[in-house]
Design a binder for this molecule. Structure first.
Ligand SMILES: [Zn+2]
Length: 307
């Protein structure tokens, strides 16, 4: 088992990440993770500058694992087992880093898993546990658990929520919610970037007030989150879009509902909704990222029915 110092660093790392997410949101920049946090006089980085498996000098065993391969993120999730697949470092099962993860598995030590949403931007999941070693496939299987599970006193909330005492079922459930979070974060990140981090309607440039709206409902949570199925919208315009205050026609012009156009109210209504009527939305720089006209058409039909 790991000693008290290592355990205390791990818990401090989880707390620090939770705090960071409170301020920065779900997706964290690599530079911040490399710098890490101050713990009892020394600095603890959260991520390796060069490798996927990271063990800070002050820890006995690895503290985090990060995705190093770029590719569809769905590859990382085994849909049958609800687990995350994590490749060995290199092809030598007895490499120091791979041995470290094996030890983590035996001792049931919690880790942080970082998944690259875009190069240099990671979505963290923690605590995660290495649950299986698959030497033939040169990889480990990892499951996400909830933070209450690392504390010895609190019975986990999720356990109650799904009425489940079986840790494997509980973790499969939580891992699936992480996959969903990852999907949403990847989509939001790609869409808002494509629109140069502004609202397609009003050009508001505050990323913390921007969403990636789905033009039509996202029926398949595992589909590739391509930019063309979404729109970068500020909170107001997102909510107004969802409630059919306006539609974006397939020719990229905005059509505001007649009842809204005829309403009399303050500046938000005038500037935010009435004046955008007939305007063309701001489009991404690349044509293949333009909103899909077929989806806009489908949405426009729903708008017509609703108004
Ligand atoms: Zn807006």
């Amino acid at each position: 088992m790991i000693g008290g110092a290592d355990r205390s660093i791990r818990l401090a790392a989880f707390e620090w990440l939770t705090e960071l997410r409170g301020g920065l949101g779900e997706v964290l920049p690599r530079a911040t993770l490399l710098r890490g946090f101050e713990h009892e006089g020394s600095r603890i980085g959260l991520m390796s500058p060069a490798q996927g498996i990271w063990k800070p000098a002050a820890c006995e065993l690895p503290l985090s694992i990060a995705t190093t391969v770029r590719g569809p993120y769905t590859d990382a999730f085994d849909q049958n087992t609800g687990r995350i697949r994590y490749s060995y470092r290199g092809t030598d099962p007895s490499h120091r880093d791979n041995r470290g993860l094996r030890q983590v598995m035996r001792d049931r030590v919690p880790l942080v898993y970082f998944h690259a949403v875009t190069p240099g931007n990671y979505l963290p999941a923690y605590p995660v546990f290495v649950v299986e070693d698959e030497p033939a496939a040169l990889r480990f299987s990892v499951q996400v658990d909830d933070i209450a599970a690392v504390s010895t006193t609190t019975r986990s909330f999720a356990q109650h929520a799904i009425g489940e005492d079986d840790p494997d079922a509980r973790r499969a459930y939580i891992t699936a919610t992480v996959q969903r979070r990852l999907h949403q974060a990847a989509f939001r990140d790609r869409v808002t970037r494509a629109y140069r981090e502004m609202c397609a309607l009003c050009r508001l440039r505050h990323p913390e007030l921007l969403d990636a709206a789905h033009i039509t409902p996202d029926l398949d949570p595992t589909s590739d989150p391509v930019v063309s199925i979404g729109l970068s919208l500020c909170k107001l315009h997102h909510a107004a879009f969802d409630r059919f205050f306006y539609a974006v026609r397939p020719d990229y012009r905005i059509e505001v509902r007649a009842s809204i156009l005829h309403e009399t109210d303050g500046p938000m209504l005038i500037v935010g909704l009435q004046r955008i009527h007939g305007e063309r939305i701001h489009l991404p720089g690349r044509t293949e990222q333009y909103p899909d006209p077929t989806r806009l058409e489908r949405r426009y039909e729903l708008f017509r029915e609703a108004s």
